[in-house]
Design a protein around this ligand. Structure first.
Ligand SMILES: Cc1cc2nc3c(=O)[nH]c(=O)nc-3n(C[C@H](O)[C@H](O)[C@H](O)COP(=O)(O)O)c2cc1C
Length: 258
């Protein structure tokens, strides 16, 4: 059973690569939350348990942590459990935060991998150059093959991209980000909008509604996951003053889905 969270496809691509090889079920945590059904799952003796997600401000995404706190897994008796986090550059202590959250559900994380993928966070800087994106994706392909081998043999392993000052980044900067940078008020839509409604459909926080053919951010905060701004086919969604001159990123696997 693989739980995944993905705004622009990097983590979905990873999760799918794993599920294809391990012949495992993929579950989108954001779809599950939107469905509103009880978050009850059952794991078999010979099954493995995986979590695949992006790093958000040196932490797991808020919604993923919320999902883990709410979910109920029956049949878990220490089956091999792993996490794969994708990040643009560095993850800080993301995995420690996940580990702590899982341990409160008596789930032990056996393996942890972090893989650099193209950056999708636009408010602070531009996306990676095409060369950099291609280089990251090429390395990621090799790493996912290694991860699949490790999962098949239930090997316990830890390969992280913590970067420098990991404690400070996760605990101080991450906390500040999650307290002050989650507001939706800087989002707006330009006249390029063609009213396709994709942003409403793909919003991982479920806070976009189409009103008179245009997206409206109905919630005060969201995960800032980057789905709406990056995947808008007309680059009609902006955040503050700086994103109009910046590029947009979406993994090819989600471009096919649009
Ligand atoms: C709100 C937000 C915060 C992010 N914070 C970090 C970070 O702290 N470190 C990092 O290396 N990348 C960071 N990123 C980049 C993403 O982790 C990276 O692009 C990831 O692969 C996106 O995965 P997805 O396409 O599955 O959503 C951030 C992205 C977003 C949207």
């Amino acid at each position: 059973m693989i739980f995944y969270y993905s705004a622009t496809g990097n983590s979905f691509w990873m999760a799918k690569k794993i599920s294809d090889v391990q012949n495992d079920t993929l579950i989108s945590v954001t779809d599950e939350l939107k469905n509103g059904k009880p978050l009850n799952y059952s794991i078999k003796n010979n099954e493995t348990l995986g979590f695949v997600f992006p790093v958000h401000a040196w932490n797991p995404p808020n919604t993923l942590l919320h999902f883990i706190k709410k979910m109920n897994i029956t049949g878990y008796m220490g089956q091999y459990t792993y996490a794969v986090a994708t990040c643009g550059n560095s993850s800080g202590n993301t995995m420690n935060v996940l580990k702590r959250t899982l341990s409160k559900k008596d789930i032990t994380l056996n393996s942890q991998w972090e893989i650099k993928m193209p950056n999708n966070y636009l408010p602070l800087g531009d996306i990676d150059s095409r060369d950099k994106q291609e280089a990251k994706l090429k390395i990621a392909k090799k790493k996912i093959a290694h991860i699949n081998t490790a999962i098949k043999s239930c090997i316990a392993e830890q390969r992280l991209c913590k970067g420098s000052f990991s404690f400070f980044k996760t605990s101080v900067m991450g906390s500040l980000f999650h307290k002050f940078a989650m507001g939706t008020s800087p989002f707006y839509v330009t006249s390029n909008c063609i009213s396709c409604g994709l942003c409403e459909k793909i919003c991982l926080s479920g806070v976009i509604s189409m009103k008179n053919g245009k997206p409206v951010w109905t919630g005060k905060t969201c995960d800032q996951c980057g789905a709406c701004i990056n995947r808008c086919p007309k680059k009609a969604i902006q955040y503050g003053k700086k994103t109009s001159s910046r590029g947009r990123y979406c993994h090819p696997i989600y471009k096919e889905k649009n």
